[in-house]
Design a protein around this ligand. Structure first.
Ligand SMILES: *Cc1c(COP(=O)(O)O)cnc(C)c1O
Length: 488
C-alpha cells in the first residue's frame, strides 16, 4: 500500500473551520474511544505481544504531508485502528515480560484521561492550585507507603533519568558551592560513583552536569551483582588523596539488569565519611518497600539525600510518573530556581512552585492518576499485587532450578528472573547462540515477549513480572514454550 486514499474529509463551510469539535460530536467520539479502551484492555491478551512489522512499515502507510482540509474524528479513529495499532508493542499484554513489565491500570488511565481534559499546567501554584497541592499530598502518601521518614519531600518528574539528573545537580550544588556563580571551569575535578550495574541514566547525568566521563567511576559488584562497598571506600580514599571532590554516590535498589540490591546502609556510611551526597535509584524496586517483608533489604535508604521511585514501573500508574524524594529540597530549589518577572505571583513564600524543582517550566497534572491508583488499590491492594508478582517469579525460579540443562543466573529478590539454557557438553558460545534462538523464537511467536542481558559474559534471558493481568498460567506458558523449544 502506497498513498492511502483518505476518506471522510470533513465537508464544512469556511466559517466552521474555526473553533474546536462541537460538544455533541466530542461526546460521541469519546464514547467510542472509551468503549474501544474497555474492549482493548479486556482482550489485549489475545493480541500478539510484539507487532509483526518491519522498520518503516507504519510510516509507509501514512501520508507524507498533513491534510489541508480537516478530517472527521471517525477517520482518525479508523486509521488509529488500522495503521497504528498493528504497529504497537503491547505493554498491557499479560505475557509482556521484557525490560520491566508495567501496567496502565484502569484507575490510572481514568486519571490520565481527566488530566488530558483539564489540560492544566502546574508550573506555579496559581497556575493550578489543586494540581500543586494534590502532588504534595500524593507524594506524602507514597512516602508513608514505602516507609520513608517524614522530612522526605517529593516531586513528580517524567522519568527516573530526569529525577537522577536533578538529584545529582543538587549534589553538585553542595560539592561546588562556588560553581553556581562561576561554573565548574578551573575548579578541581569531581566524581560520582555507582556500581557497574547502575543504570545508564547515572552516567548520562554525570556527562550532562559537566563532569565528563572521567567524572564517573563504576564500582565493581560482587558475585550477586551488589556494589562492593570496600572497593567503593578504596576508590574514595584514592580519589580524595589525589584532590578529586567526591560529589555523590549512587546506590541502586533493584538494578535494571538483574534487580540486585546494593547494601545501601553500608554505602550510606561510606558516603557520609567522605561527605558525598547519597542518591538512591529505586526506580524499579521502590514500590516493593510497601511490603513489610521486603522493607528490611532497603534498610539504610532513609540515610540518603535523595531517592527516585517510579510509580510508572511497578506501581500500576501509566507512563510517565517518576518521583524524586529529597531530604534537602531547598538545595534542589537553589540549583533550579530562576524566576523571571512574568512568573512572579503574589503567593511567593507561601506556596510551592513546582517549576523550581527542575529544568522544565511546564508540568502535566501527573499526580491525579497516581492519586486514583493509590486510592483504588489502597495499601493492601498494592501490596497483594506486588507480592503476587514476586511469588510468581520465585515459582519460575524453582521450575528453572529443577530442570536439567537450565540455570538461574542471579538471585531473585523481586519480580525478575534471569536464566539461561546451558545444556551439558556445549560451549559458552554455543549456549549464547541457543539462548538467542530461543529468545527470537518466542518473541516472533507473538505469545510472549522477553528481553535479555549479559551476565558474567553470557547471554541471559530476563523474564520480568509486573503486570496486573499476568497470572501464573501466563508465566508457565512462556516457560513451557522455552523448555519445549530447547528440548527439540
Ligand atoms: C528503568 C530504570 C531507570 C530509568 O527509568 P526512566 O524513568 O525510563 O528514565 C533508572 N534506573 C533504574 C534502576 C531503572 O530500572
Amino acid at each position: 500500500m502506497g498513498n492511502r486514499e483518505i476518506s471522510a474529509v470533513r465537508s464544512v463551510a469556511p466559517d466552521s473551520l474555526l473553533g474546536d469539535v462541537p460538544p455533541e460530536e466530542f461526546r460521541e467520539a469519546a464514547r467510542r474511544v472509551s468503549d474501544w479502551m474497555a474492549d482493548y484492555l479486556r482482550d489485549v491478551g489475545g493480541l500478539p505481544v510484539l507487532p509483526a512489522v518491519r522498520p518503516g512499515a507504519v510510516k509507509r502507510l501514512l501520508p507524507p504531508s498533513p491534510p489541508v482540509g480537516g478530517e472527521s474524528l471517525e477517520a482518525l479513529l479508523d486509521d488509529f485502528r488500522e495503521i497504528i495499532l498493528p504497529g504497537i508493542t503491547h505493554w498491557n499484554h499479560p505475557s509482556f515480560f521484557g525490560y520491566f513489565s508495567i501496567t496502565g491500570s484502569g484507575p490510572g488511565i481514568l486519571g490520565e484521561m481527566i488530566a488530558a481534559a483539564l489540560n492544566v499546567n502546574a508550573m506555579v501554584w496559581r497556575s493550578s492550585p489543586a494540581a500543586t497541592e494534590l502532588e504534595g499530598v500524593t507524594m506524602d502518601w507514597l512516602r508513608q507507603l514505602i516507609g520513608l521518614p517524614a522530612g522526605f519531600d517529593g516531586v513528580i518528574n517524567d522519568t527516573a533519568s530526569h529525577s537522577t539528573l536533578y538529584a545529582l545537580a543538587a549534589a553538585r550544588e553542595v560539592a561546588y558551592p562556588e560553581s553556581h556563580g562561576r561554573g565548574l571551569f578551573g575548579l578541581p575535578p569531581g566524581r560520582i560513583y555507582a556500581s557497574d550495574q547502575a543504570h545508564s541514566s547515572v552516567e548520562k547525568a554525570v556527562l550532562t552536569l559537566g563532569f565528563g566521563q572521567a567524572g564517573y567511576r563504576a564500582v565493581p559488584s560482587d558475585g550477586d551483582f551488589r556494589m562492593d562497598v570496600d572497593a567503593l571506600r578504596r576508590m574514595l580514599q584514592e580519589d580524595t588523596a589525589a584532590g578529586v571532590r567526591p560529589v555523590a554516590v549512587v546506590a541502586t535498589l533493584g538494578t535494571t539488569s538483574t534487580t540486585s540490591v546494593d547494601p545501601v546502609g553500608r554505602i550510606a556510611e561510606v558516603a557520609r565519611e567522605f561527605g558525598a551526597w547519597l542518591h538512591v535509584d529505586a526506580a524499579y524496586g521502590g514500590p516493593a518497600a510497601i511490603l513489610p517483608e521486603v522493607r528490611e533489604s532497603f534498610s539504610g535508604w532513609e540515610e540518603a539525600e535523595s531517592i527516585v521511585v517510579n510509580p510508572h514501573k511497578w506501581l500500576f500508574t501509566p507512563v510517565d510518573c517518576s518521583v524524586l524524594y529529597s531530604r534537602r529540597p531547598e538545595i534542589l530549589v537553589q540549583a533550579f530556581s530562576i524566576v523571571p518577572e512574568y512568573l512572579r505571583t503574589a503567593e511567593e513564600g507561601e506556596v510551592r512552585n513546582l517549576m523550581d524543582y527542575g529544568v522544565a517550566l511546564g508540568r502535566r497534572f501527573r499526580s491525579l492518576k497516581l492519586w486514583f491508583v493509590l486510592r483504588y488499590f489502597g495499601r493492601d491492594g498494592l501490596a497483594a499485587n506486588i507480592r503476587a508478582h514476586m511469588d510468581m517469579a520465585r515459582e519460575l525460579e524453582g521450575w528453572v532450578r529443577s530442570t536439567p540443562g537450565w540455570e538461574i543466573m542471579a538471585p531473585v529478590p523481586f519480580g525478575l528472573v534471569c536464566f539461561r539454557y546451558a545444556p551439558d557438553g556445549t560451549s559458552g558460545e554455543e549456549q549464547d547462540e541457543l539462548n538467542q534462538r530461543l529468545l527470537d523464537g518466542l518473541n516472533r511467536s507473538g505469545e510472549a515477549f522477553l528481553t535479555h542481558t549479559r551476565l558474567r559474559g553470557r547471554l541471559t534471558l530476563r523474564l520480568a513480572i509486573g503486570n496486573l493481568k499476568t497470572t501464573r498460567a501466563h508465566v508457565e506458558r512462556a516457560w513451557e514454550w522455552l523448555r519445549d523449544a530447547a528440548s527439540s
